[in-house]
Ligand binder design. Structure first.
Ligand SMILES: N[C@@H](CCC(=O)N[C@@H](CS)C(=O)NCC(=O)O)C(=O)O
Length: 221
């Protein structure tokens, strides 16, 4: 079975678990602890030279890092990765947007204002991240409006890995002080993803823990 190196609260790793469940592909989780410094362990760094999760380890031991590369690998040959070059380009466009504009400010706000609580919302960089995050959510909201209420972020008839990639940090945005109510097309899109067969919350079986701020005891991994 393929192994996924993750941490409990990583939104980037949640993308991978979410897609694996939506595709009904089994993954064995190897859950590391950022709080205990596991990401610096030599054994992990052999698999992830950049010291980051998620990392997917194939049955032959080869590894893939970067969430969107893992999503593409898992989705290949399924409806979550479309067939035509144009449709693939649209998916890549929104995956690139997620990495370059969306994930980073949202993840930083959640990390510093909710998980670590080591910064104030009024700090200069937090204010800048909030402006960037709201701009990214505005662009996502406008795209969802263009796609219509039955469309998906980059595709029309079937959701793609662009939806999966954009879901976790959008879902967790309130932890960084963002009010999603102001993005009219975003909340119904999140709800549609949550109704897909196989949808899995951040803590499997515990949708109430999506907004947890501390690592849970090992049994709830
Ligand atoms: N671009 C990467 C980003 C991965 C990333 O930021 N991972 C975080 C957890 S969400 C991490 O491993 N951080 C290591 C650390 O904070 O020490 C991806 O999309 O997979």
């Amino acid at each position: 079975m393929m192994k996924l190196y993750d941490t409990q609260r990583s939104g980037n790793a949640w993308k991978v678990r979410l897609l694996a469940r939506l595709l009904n592909k089994p993954l064995q989780r190897v859950t590391l602890s950022i709080d205990r410094g596991n990401l610096g362990d030599a054994e992990f760094l052999k698999r992830s030279p950049l010291g980051m999760v998620p990392v997917l380890e194939l049955e032959d031991g080869r590894t893939i890092g970067e969430s969107i590369a893992i999503l593409q690998f898992l989705a290949h040959g399924t409806p979550w990765w479309p067939i035509t070059a144009l449709d693939q380009a649209y998916v890549l466009m929104w995956l690139s947007f997620e990495q370059s504009q969306h994930m980073h400010p949202l993840a930083q706000l959640r990390l510093h204002l909710s998980l670590r609580r080591d910064r104030e919302a009024g700090d200069e960089d937090m204010v800048r991240f909030k402006v960037e995050a709201e701009h990214a959510l505005r662009l996502l909201d406008e795209q969802l409006a263009r796609q219509g209420s039955s469309g998906w972020v980059a595709t029309q008839t079937h959701p793609s890995i662009a939806d999966v990639a954009l879901y976790p940090y959008t879902r967790l945005a309130s932890m960084g002080g963002i009010d999603l109510e102001t993005f009219q097309n975003v909340l119904p899109w999140l709800a549609r993803i949550e109704r897909l067969p196989g949808y899995q919350p951040l803590f499997p079986g515990r949708a109430d823990l999506n907004f947890a701020t501390v690592e849970m005891a090992d049994k709830t991994k």
